[in-house]
Ligand binder design. Structure first.
Ligand code: PBG
Length: 363
């Protein structure tokens, strides 16, 4: 008896694949000569057409540093190109932001050293720098959102975000101070309060105080997942808290309240709590090294999630750009787009005006 011929049940196309896998297919690309991802990349118009994510001016929030005086611009050594501005110049920057189409600015005070105290009372002085700056921008009739940080670090003699009792950052006593701070800021006209202090329970405390005092429409953007990061160094120079924090008795870092960079699940818990307590918007900070967190938060909660490209990230890119080692504009735009790709609704960035100007040119 003749041995049976082996019968192939494979479809002709599959047989072609086998042939290709053996390396004897005619096309240079092997099994799937028709799959060329480069086709859609080949022209500017086709790249635009297939782009999955886009950076727009509407995505930007511009952080600004406020100082006393008038007609003042004081450079910040560790943030080349960024200056502390007196209130008149803050108003001018707000006007510039509006002309560029930037939807919101964030104001941070460099409080005079004599006003920094153990009890941070300047934080709830209705005439403090950020409150006056906010009123000035509103008085100029500018239709732009104003974000104010809620935290005590620009006002404490020790540079911590909370009040110190004994050797501890006292959570619950700090909440009372944060509530008072929030109310003077809302009264001054702040549109968005951004608690950045990382005390437990602060969003709930602030939200109910706002409700009780006629500020039900004030938004809260919670720095929900804020990490104890060395990337904040230049910001602390800008607001003057590097010096105060270095002089603090005992603890000189913020690891007992800001998050451990080792953690990611914990960020989801922080966000869940802040949302339950009444946060409208969520922020993750720092940005570039934490885009995995932006992604997880945005996907898990489906709420507007903002990334903060912090001072150290700006300093890093800008230093390399100024040295001629990187193309500054290119890395700026690429880094900002990365936030969008991660799922961010928007980005706080010191590059906001430069990015907005470039986006405008492109159109
Ligand atoms: C204050 C605050 C910090 C930043 C924003 N709000 C610094 C800190 O927590 O020490 C950092 C922003 C930046 O680095 O650009 N609580």
């Amino acid at each position: 008896m003749k041995p049976r011929q082996p019968v192939s049940h494979a479809k002709p196309s599959a047989r072609r694949t086998d042939a290709a896998e053996r390396g004897d297919a005619p096309g240079a690309l092997g099994a799937f000569p028709s799959v060329r991802l480069r086709r859609a990349r080949s022209t500017p118009w086709s790249r635009r057409l297939v782009a999955e994510h886009r950076l727009g001016v509407d995505d930007l929030i511009w952080p600004l540093f406020v100082i006393e005086g008038s007609d003042k611009r004081v450079p910040i050594a560790s943030m080349p190109g960024v200056e502390r501005l007196s209130i008149d110049n803050i108003v001018a920057s707000a006007e510039q932001a509006m002309q560029l189409g930037i939807p919101a600015i964030a104001l941070f005070p460099n409080t005079e050293p004599r006003l920094r105290t153990e009890d941070a009372r300047e934080a709830f002085n209705p005439e403090n720098l950020v409150c006056r700056a906010t009123r000035a921008v509103k008085a100029a009739g500018l239709d732009i959102g104003i974000v104010l940080d809620v935290a005590l670090d620009p006002y404490t003699s020790h540079g911590h975000d909370g009040l110190i009792r004994g050797s501890e950052i006292a959570n619950d006593e700090t909440l009372e101070a944060l509530v008072r701070q929030s109310l003077v800021q809302a009264e001054a006209g702040a549109d968005i309060l951004a608690p950045s202090d990382m005390m437990d329970g602060r969003v709930g405390a602030i939200r109910s105080a706002l409700e009780d005092n006629g500020y039900a429409n004030t938004l809260i953007m919670a720095y929900a997942a804020k990490y104890a990061s060395a990337f904040y160094g230049p910001f602390r120079d800008a607001v003057g808290s590097s010096v105060t924090l270095a002089s603090a008795q005992g603890q000189r870092d913020k690891r007992t309240y800001q998050m451990d960079p080792a953690n990611s699940d914990e960020a989801l818990r922080e966000v869940a709590l802040d949302l339950a307590e009444g946060a409208d918007l969520i922020m993750v900070k720092p940005g570039m090294a934490y885009l995995d967190i932006v992604r997880r938060v945005a996907e898990t909660f489906r709420v507007p999630t903002f990334g903060y490209q912090v001072s150290g990230e700006y300093a890093m890119l800008q230093a390399a750009a100024n040295a001629g080692w990187l193309d500054g504009d290119a890395v700026m735009m690429e880094s900002l787009l990365a936030f969008k790709r991660a799922g961010a609704a928007g980005i706080l960035t010191y590059y906001a005006p430069r990015a907005a100007a470039l986006l405008r040119e492109k159109r």
